[in-house]
Design a binder for this molecule. Structure first.
Ligand code: G16
Length: 544
């Protein structure tokens, strides 16, 4: 076939470094940008084939999200805006690791296995973040698409969730919204304005939000969006990329892991603040009190606020819909306890990675999913959306039910259901706080987090750690789980687990306990166990 000759020629311009093996991880391929050119070309090929298979538009996002500036990465987006399926992740890994001379064979294997009709048209949407390497890497994706004769649309600089949204809009023929950045702002900002329109007695102070843009794409996009908010939300933007480095001592990951405010931002006591990550698919909130103590409101606190709000509205609307919250092992023990025992909502735990949470959330009428790191959204089943819509249009229901149905309808419209989205989550949280007349301090007191600590350990090969039970227990290496169990027994209200990261070359350690000192000590002791039993490299972990 003519396309295949073209691929041979063009792939030689994007050669694979000999011996390099990469895995499609938690969120696609991610490593130093210098090692990614061939991966990008090949993902352009794969997205084209996936588009032919699904007869729909596929997305390719060039970003390494929370990783440092020198890294980059790529994620594939499936037709409804969700993450690509697991069997195609495996195809991606195979194609990525095929030696240069075996690339055509690897591609043909996928085409054969998936029974692809190669005469089918293909469409691929491509987006990129603000990293300096993203321009040439996204060009490599576009080269891959055109090598297989696919059509592409280059959205240029967009947030990851914006690209997911575009793909969904395109494949629903505009039902989800218009597949443009302008369409995105219009949809979500209009819903926000509708939601907050009866809260008109809010002061400018209450409408004010201090935002850390992580020196990334989210900052640029918030600036573009601002006029659509018609001053109903007044954002002071910090770390907008004009000076600082991407994710460097700022952004959602830094704030969550370090449990302190970002640099490059002046926070007044009590002021409501939030941080995005490098591609604006995560958000965390925080404030400092009058004594200067830092208070973090992470993904768990957002899941709690949102699910409480939705549960109350469903009750007021008289709708019997099944609501659940999906978390990961990182969820603070207090949040799970509060959700299950006080809120009486069903809680499910999955492996890390939005793709896992998303799928479980789809099993419910209303599935609220959040990772503690601030990555999450809400999914409404088609049936749930229809019931809410019918009630909102019904002229024979009482005012209370009607009001609740209208609020639910606008809530659905302010949420990006394709993936966790910092901008859409921010609008949702801001709207809920406005409607409930709640301050960030009041939100914070819903429950008290157990003190916790997250650490990273460098090992020679992090794949020696295998886990089970939604990553809460280590199966290998031998003796590691027993060591963790014995350490946990020394502390009160304690819990700890370890897992290999899917985005960085490290093992992650999580610990929580009744005091910060205990959580820190437990995290350190577990780190030492990982270092000793799982092939640690470099210096032994030091106490905090
Ligand atoms: C990605 C994933 C998240 C995950 C995070 C860390 O986030 O989308 O689901 O929690 O990586 O994953 P790991 O612990 O495996 O490194 P992002 O914002 O970096 O795309």
């Amino acid at each position: 076939m003519a396309e295949f000759q073209e691929i041979s020629k063009l792939s030689a311009l994007h050669p694979k470094p000999a011996g390099l093996v990469l895995q499609y991880g938690t969120s696609g391929f991610r490593t130093n940008a210098k090692q990614l050119d061939h991966i990008m070309f090949r993902m352009g090929l794969l997205a084209t084939v996936r588009s032919k298979k699904t007869k729909a538009t596929i997305g390719v996002m060039v970003t390494a999200s929370h990783n440092p500036e020198e890294d980059n990465g790529v994620k594939l987006v499936d037709p409804m805006g969700e993450m690509v399926t697991q069997d195609w992740e495996e195809h991606a890994t195979q194609l990525a690791n095929a030696d240069q001379e075996d690339l055509l064979t690897a591609l043909k294997n996928i085409i054969e296995k998936e029974a692809i009709n190669m005469s089918q048209e293909a469409n691929v949407f491509v987006g990129k973040d603000t990293r300096s390497s993203s321009a040439s890497l996204s060009q490599a994706v576009l080269d891959g698409v055109s090598a297989l004769g696919g059509h592409s649309k280059d959205y240029g600089l967009v947030t990851t969730p914006q690209l997911h949204y575009m793909v969904c809009c395109q494949n629903t023929q505009g039902k989800y919204g218009e597949a443009t950045v302008e369409g995105y702002y219009t949809k979500f900002c209009q819903a926000f304005i509708q939601l907050t329109k009866n809260t008109s007695n809010r002061t400018d102070d209450q409408k004010h939000l201090c935002l850390d843009g992580a020196n990334g794409i989210g900052a640029l996009k918030v600036r573009e969006m601002e006029s659509h908010l018609k001053k109903e939300l007044q954002i002071s933007l910090n770390n907008d990329g004009s000076k600082g480095r991407l994710n460097h001592q700022c952004g959602a990951d830094y704030v969550k892991v370090q449990q302190k405010p970002p640099t490059g931002i002046k926070i007044n006591p009590g002021e409501r603040c939030c941080s995005f990550d490098g591609d604006a698919d995560r958000i965390v909130y925080y404030y400092t009190d009058s004594e200067g103590t830092f208070h973090l409101l992470d993904g768990d606190k957002m899941a709690t606020l949102i699910s409480t709000f939705l549960k109350e509205l469903l009750t007021q609307a008289g709708l019997d819909l099944k609501i659940a919250v999906v978390q990961t092992a990182y969820a603070n023990g207090s949040s799970t306890h509060y959700l299950e025992n006080t809120m009486k909502v069903l809680v499910r735990c999955t492996k890390t990675g939005v793709k896992h949470l998303h799928h479980v959330a789809q099993e419910f009428d209303v599935g609220v999913y959040f990772e503690a790191n601030g990555h999450g959204t809400v999914l409404f089943s088609k049936a749930a959306e229809e019931k809410i819509q019918q009630l909102a249009e019904d002229t024979n229901v009482n005012d209370e039910r009607k009001k609740a149905a209208l609020l639910l309808r606008n809530t659905i419209n302010v949420i990006n259901q394709t993936v966790g989205d910092a901008i859409s989550d921010m609008l949702l949280i801001e709207a809920i706080l406005a409607i409930k007349g709640m301050t960030i301090q009041q939100w914070d007191t819903i429950y008290t987090d157990l003190p916790n600590r997250q650490l990273k350990v460098k090992v020679a090969d992090r794949r020696v750690i295998d886990t089970t039970d939604a990553e809460r227990r280590a199966v290998t290496p031998a003796g590691l789980q027993e060591a963790i169990d014995n350490l946990v027994k020394k502390y009160r209200q304690a819990r700890s687990f370890v897992r290999p990261s899917g985005t960085e070359d490290v093992v992650r350690v999580y610990a929580e306990a009744d005091t910060q000192e205990s959580a820190d000590a437990l995290a350190h002791e577990v780190s030492l166990a990982v270092y000793r039993l799982a092939g640690g490299v470099g210096d032994e972990p030091k106490p905090l």
